[in-house]
Design a protein around this ligand. Structure first.
Ligand code: CA
Length: 237
């Protein structure tokens, strides 16, 4: 497999914080396996590897399975079916064969997507994100605004694939802004919502939390100051 011109676009080590997602790489070629493992770790995934079908069937559960169809011990399509029968992970089959019959058989065997060798690493990451989106459709109640996702059910916030750790107050503050992007909320309204009406001190506490939120979200323009009123989430052009 040539991880070709895209390789320069692979993020540097530690550039991406952990996604909390685990990828099982099933690949009998150790050099390719190592290369995939390194790149996926840099992209923030946890990675385990299996060098053949038997190892794959014994591996710990994963969120995404990258399955090379050409393995020494078990036929790739059969393995795909067996993995599908025991796991709800997203399965991306990797094949050197591009014939339509193979592609159809791969999907019939339970794969969610397939990649044809050689492929670029950037494409692999995009496919992984896409299958995860398809498999885990947006939970009802999730608030989405551009690359920002606020999930009130799990109280998690993402910017793109980046998991943002917020304090409870920061989360409440961001949630009330994200419920209606573009609408200006008064300082009083925000304090009542996020502090439950139990804040009697100086309202400067709000500005401190907004400053911290802006820093954590990495885009200071996302939360706009409405002078003399309060704050709003920036509209997306
Ligand atoms: Ca192989």
């Amino acid at each position: 497999m040539a991880v070709g011109p895209d390789e320069t676009a692979v993020p540097r080590a530690n550039e991406n914080p952990p996604t909390g997602l685990h990828v099982l790489v099933i690949e009998d070629d150790p050099a390719i396996g190592r290369q995939l493992e390194r790149g996926l770790i840099r992209a923030g995934y946890g990675v385990s590897r299996a060098a053949d079908g038997s190892q794959a069937l014994l591996a710990d559960p994963a969120d995404v399975i990258l399955l090379d169809l050409g393995l020494p011990d078990i036929d790739g399509l059969e393995l795909c079916q067996r993995l599908r029968a025991r796991s709800s992970a997203a399965i991306i089959a990797v094949t050197a064969r591009s014939e339509e019959a193979t592609r159809v058989a791969t999907l019939d065997a339970g794969a969610d997507d397939y990649l044809i060798k050689p492929f670029g690493f950037v494409e692999l990451l995009a496919r992984i994100r896409a299958v995860l989106r398809r498999i885990n459709p947006i939970e009802s109640g999730q608030l989405r605004h551009g690359s920002l996702t606020v999930d009130p059910r799990t109280r998690r916030v993402f910017v793109g694939d980046r998991d943002i750790a917020l304090t409870p107050k920061e989360f409440d503050l961001l949630s009330c802004l994200a419920e209606d992007p573009g609408r200006a909320l008064t300082r009083q309204e925000i304090l009542e919502r996020a502090w439950g009406g139990h804040w009697y001190g100086p309202s400067k506490v709000l500005d401190v939390h907004v400053a911290s939120l802006r820093r954590k979200l990495g885009d200071p323009a996302l939360i706009e100051t409405v002078y003399g009123i309060g704050y709003r989430l920036a509209s997306i052009e």
